[in-house]
Design a protein around this ligand. Structure first.
Ligand code: IPM
Ligand code: MN
Length: 357
């Protein structure tokens, strides 16, 4: 029997509610496909700060490093916003990404047929959307030095540095090429090279790396135009390759094409070692504990973990099929309520998904 050790980081806010469902899904799939899965839950985010005074304690990171894959829900709460930056849950997330060398963040945006009328955009605009955002995750302005605030001067100042080395751009470009080669072989690289030197290096490097693969067709777009195009004609995109900050912004935008940010999963990968699989949405403290969160992005992240992290392809596909079945029967969480469906709680829709497996 195959045995997997995963680390679960259920984090803050709605994290525990949506995690519970994914763990039940995993248990059911492990029986169905006869694999053994050990779930090791660790403190991470705000709750880890409460316990260890560190949102990403060493013990958690060590467990993650020793696992086959990490399933992460979400972190953060307004109550931590006044903490020193390094103590905030979001900093813990960045520390984890960096410690596991997770330079490649993969965010697939797929329209699920039953949700065609749930998007704020017209059905004709979104019906053929099937794109993947490949976001560089451990470089750029999120990590660039120097950074800081100067407040001992008359006028306060704050600054960050957007910096990339060509090798960081090369390795993420190679990931995009690999993904594009399994799809339509089209890559659109997004930057701001009309203004930023760092984007010029990005553009030149992406060109150099992609031109070694004759099958790949590369286009480039400025990030402001890309934001417009994603709303105007999103189906023109297949693989979007972009830097950390631009990828953060554009992936939230792209998420809304699907109807709700509660639908979008992601995988964060390194070249070796465990990946982290997490929904794109945050911890939604305003609805935490109310049992109304949408657990689908977390379930789809669990599917990505099974597929990419554990190579359990059939089990991974089962989750996607189960979700489509539940949605086509008209069940929705309240974020997807279009007035013409049956609104269920987080745990109820979770049970429906589990029943379909
Ligand atoms: C994301 C999130 C994080 C990011 C935050 C919580 C640090 O928005 O995963 O997209 O900006 O990367
Ligand atoms: Mn984000």
């Amino acid at each position: 029997m195959k045995r997997y050790k995963i680390v679960l980081l259920s984090g803050d806010g709605i994290g525990p509610e949506i995690s519970e469902i994914s763990i039940k899904i995993l248990k059911k799939l492990s029986r169905k496909y006869a694999f053994d899965i050990e779930v090791n839950e660790q403190y991470f985010g705000g709750i880890a700060y409460e316990k260890y005074n560190d949102p990403a304690p060493k013990v958690t990171i060590d467990h993650c490093k020793a696992s086959d894959a990490v399933l992460l829900a979400c972190v953060g709460d307004v109550k931590y916003d006044t903490l020193a930056r390094e103590l905030r849950p979001e900093s813990g997330l960045l520390k984890l990404r960096s410690a596991l060398n997770l330079f490649a963040n993969i965010r697939p945006v797929k329209i699920r047929k039953p949700l065609l009328d749930s998007s704020s955009l017209k059905k004709e605009i979104i019906e053929n959307v099937d794109l993947i955002v490949v976001r560089e995750l451990i470089g750029g302005i999120y990590f660039g030095q120097p950074r800081g605030q100067i407040s001992n001067t008359k006028v306060k100042k704050a600054f960050n540095t957007m910096v990339y080395e060509s090798n960081e751009i090369e390795r993420i470009t190679k990931v995009a090429i690999k993904i594009a080669n399994q799809r339509s072989k089209k890559i659109c690289s997004i930057d701001k090279s009309n203004v930023l030197e760092v984007s010029q290096l990005w553009r030149d490097t992406v060109f150099n790396v992609t031109s070694k693969d004759k099958e790949i067709s590369l286009s480039n777009m400025y990030v402001d135009n890309a934001a417009m195009q994603l709303v105007k004609d999103p189906s023109q995109f297949d693989v979007i390759l972009t830097s950390n900050l631009f990828g953060d912004i554009l992936s939230d935008l792209a998420a809304m094409l699907t109807g709700s940010i509660g639908m979008l999963p992601s995988a964060s990968l390194s070249n070796s070692g465990p990946g982290v699989f997490e929904p794109v949405h945050g911890s939604a403290p305003d609805i935490a504990g109310k049992n109304i969160a949408n657990p689908i992005a977390m379930a789809l992240s669990t599917s990505m973990m099974l597929k990419i992290g554990l190579n359990e392809i059939d089990a991974a596909n089962d989750i996607e099929i189960a979700i489509d079945n539940v949605l086509s029967k008209g069940y929705r969480t309240s974020d997807l309520n279009n007035g013409n469906c049956q609104v269920l709680s987080c745990s109820e829709i979770g049970e429906k998904i589990i029943q379909e497996i």
